[in-house]
Design a protein around this ligand. Structure first.
Ligand SMILES: O=P(O)(O)OC[C@H]1O[C@H](OP(=O)(O)OP(=O)(O)O)[C@H](O)[C@@H]1O
Ligand code: HPA
Ligand SMILES: [Mg+2]
Length: 155
């Protein structure tokens, strides 16, 4: 269990992804965007729209084996992105940095951006918006649903 949770709504994610787009404006223009699936897909769509970038590639990395986190496996490479020079890589967050280490090895020339970042992964990101502590688990809107909670007086 994580020590703390940080809940991100669709609205908040849209606002944070747009804030990231503002920050990335001065780092571009970019040839294209590489979304790290699956979590990077929605922020990448928002950012590609704001930067008026029509070329979107994907990279897919699986870091779990059954339910255990294991060695990362690249199951889809971003063929169009070459060594990444001139390209923008987007993910929803960096946590331990395992995913971005693999991405940087494949796309050493790319600019790497995430919406959220934890301290252990921060050195692997060029641009991010919001930092949370390493003990915090970020709850994304696609992983959650609203549900009933008891009134405070009953807690
Ligand atoms: O910095 P790390 O410790 O590698 O963690 C961050 C990665 O973990 C999550 O993806 P996940 O592998 O769960 O896959 P998903 O995006 O398909 O949900 C998240 O979307 C990042 O890509
Ligand atoms: O904090 C997190 N939230 C959601 N997915 C994740 N994958 C690694 N860390 C996280
Ligand atoms: Mg991911």
């Amino acid at each position: 269990m994580a020590a703390k949770y940080f809940t991100v709504t669709w609205d908040q994610l849209h606002r944070d992804a747009r804030a990231l787009a503002w920050r990335l404006l001065e780092r571009g223009p970019f040839t294209g965007v590489v979304a790290i699936t699956r979590g990077g897909l929605i922020p990448a769509a928002v950012i590609a729209r704001e930067l008026e970038c029509r070329v979107v590639e994907t990279i897919s990395i699986v870091t779990y084996d059954e339910e255990e986190r294991g060695a990362p496996k690249v199951v889809k490479t971003p063929v169009a992105a070459g060594d990444g020079k001139g390209w923008l890589v987007i993910d929803d967050l960096v946590d331990t940095g395992t995913t971005l280490r693999v991405v940087r090895a494949l796309l050493p020339g790319a600019h790497v951006a995430t919406v959220y970042a934890k301290p252990a992964g921060k050195p692997l990101v060029d641009t991010f918006i919001t930092e949370v502590s390493q003990e915090t688990w970020i709850l994304f809107p696609w992983d959650t649903e609203p549900q009933f909670i008891a009134p405070i007086a009953r807690l």
